[in-house]
Design a protein around this ligand. Structure first.
Ligand SMILES: [Mg+2]
Length: 458
């Protein structure tokens, strides 16, 4: 994983140290030595994460964090407060300012990379959802679902507590039940069933359960379709770094070290619930309104209008973040003669069949669209031309090798497809230049005999 990290610290030696550690792991590091410069860089350079010193002359880290989190341009960027003072009150103040996590100086390498990677992964998902929502807004189709926005985003959460120590369980219940609705279990199987059916906003889970492996439970929760979006806040024994790092790798969203600090527990629970509801809302917006207004009725794929807007958004993001982006354009060979000899109803069946194979052959992050008639396109974020070519070739082969079943008249029909592939190559790339190059590749695929994939370089 690669990501751009902004380090803000008034002591040059601290910046250098973090820079060295992060660069060694291939992170792209930018830095600022005071709050105002940090704010400017965050807005201009769009980092994937900010590591923020608390004690700085002039504007301190809490204030910088508050400003980052209150600006719509930077509110989604995760912020990790780096503090010399290992004081729970500092952490609570940071969480109130909107910080996503803490690191204590001297910064422990394992904790640094585990937290940075975990937050960057979360941001990538949120970025994708935000872009789709932005595309929807620009089409004017998400307004109706604004009413879904929860009024009090972080209160009244439903929390599943998995804990087998009576004293600790009681203390956690006491701390949280004033604001939230809690369900307690000590049994891992019951925990899985409850999590699956209970529509929880958060699972608070002890990693040191007496008779079972808390880690296995985390991994099961993160694997199940119905629970993988539910955040996990793990309770960890002091000094159990090894288990904590593995749990972060599995995908837990946050952790607390025992003995639990009541205020920190409340603050972290609040942050997780807020984040869960934010991503739920994005997901609901997408499902409720976008799908209807921007879907091609015949194939269920996105339509051309949506694709054009989304390509603009994706391209802007890829160029700013200096990430690859690939684009496929494809055309079913001799489609007119299918329509002519079998009729339009059969033609439509072929288009639907092709669309479902297309969907089966691309990843969830890719955006497949019906471009018009028998033309289809796929936008592939974070994908280079070689990988995109391999995906296109696999699809072409599947289409050619497995004939399409039709509902009437004769056996299955053999259909082939020609595909043009291209990727962004220059910083001045536009949607038009990409489309034009992909079209040229498609034209060559047709000219050279059809049923083939051609990649076009600039
Ligand atoms: Mg300082």
């Amino acid at each position: 994983m690669t990501a751009r990290v902004l380090v803000v610290d008034d002591i040059a030696a601290n910046v250098k140290l973090l820079e060295a550690k992060l660069s060694a792991e291939y992170f792209d590091v930018i830095s600022a030595s005071n709050g105002p410069d940090g704010l400017r860089l965050a807005a201009e350079q769009k980092p994937d994460i900010v590591l923020l010193d608390v004690m700085m002359p002039g504007m301190d880290g809490f204030e910088v964090c508050r400003r980052l989190k209150s600006s719509p341009d930077t509110a989604h960027i995760p912020v990790v407060m780096v503090t010399a003072l290992d004081q729970p009150s500092d952490r609570v103040q940071g969480l109130d300012a909107g910080a996503d996590d803490f690191l204590t100086k001297p910064v422990n390498d394992i904790a640094l990379f585990a937290r940075v990677k975990s937050l960057v992964r979360l941001k990538m998902m949120t970025d994708e959802l935000r872009m789709r929502e932005a595309t929807g807004h620009s089409l004017g189709v998400t307004d109706a679902s604004e009413m879904l926005r929860p009024n009090a985003p972080e209160a009244g959460g439903r929390i599943l507590l998995v804990e087998d120590r009576e004293t600790s369980a009681r203390r956690t219940l006491d701390a949280l039940s004033g604001e939230h609705e809690l369900k307690l279990t000590a049994d891992p199987i019951e925990a899985l069933m409850l999590a699956r059916d209970g529509d929880f906003d958060l699972v608070v889970l002890s990693l040191s359960l007496q008779n079972t492996d808390g880690m296995r439970l985390c991994s099961q929760l993160k694997t199940l379709e119905s629970t993988r979006h539910t955040p996990i806040l793990a309770l960890v024994e002091e000094g159990d770094t090894k288990r904590l790092v593995r749990a972060l790798e599995i995908g837990i969203n946050d952790y607390l070290i025992r003995p639990l600090d009541r205020n920190e527990l409340l603050a972290r629970v609040k942050t997780q619930i807020k984040r869960k509801r934010y991503s739920d809302r994005l997901r609901q917006n997408l499902q409720l309104s976008l799908e209807m207004a921007i879907t091609d009725q015949l194939t269920g794929l996105y339509n051309r209008r949506y694709m054009s807007r989304h390509l603009d958004t994706q391209l802007k993001f890829a160029l700013e973040a200096k990430k690859p982006l690939s684009f496929l354009i494809m055309d079913i060979d001799f489609f007119k003669s299918i329509n002519d000899s079998h009729g339009h109803a059969i033609g439509d069946e072929i288009l639907r069949g092709f669309a479902s194979r297309l969907k089966a052959n691309v990843r969830g992050i890719d955006l497949a669209c019906r471009y018009g008639g028998e033309e289809f396109v796929v936008i592939m974020p974070e994908t280079d031309v070689a990988f995109a070519y391999a995906v296109a070739e696999r699809l072409r082969q599947n289409v050619a090798d497995v004939p399409f079943a039709i509902s009437s008249g004769g056996g299955p029909l053999t259909v082939t497809v020609s595909i043009g592939v291209t990727s962004i190559e220059r910083p001045d790339e536009t949607a038009d230049s990409i489309l034009k190059r992909a079209d040229q590749a498609l034209y060559r695929a047709k000219r050279d005999g059809r049923n083939r994939v051609v990649a076009e370089a600039a």
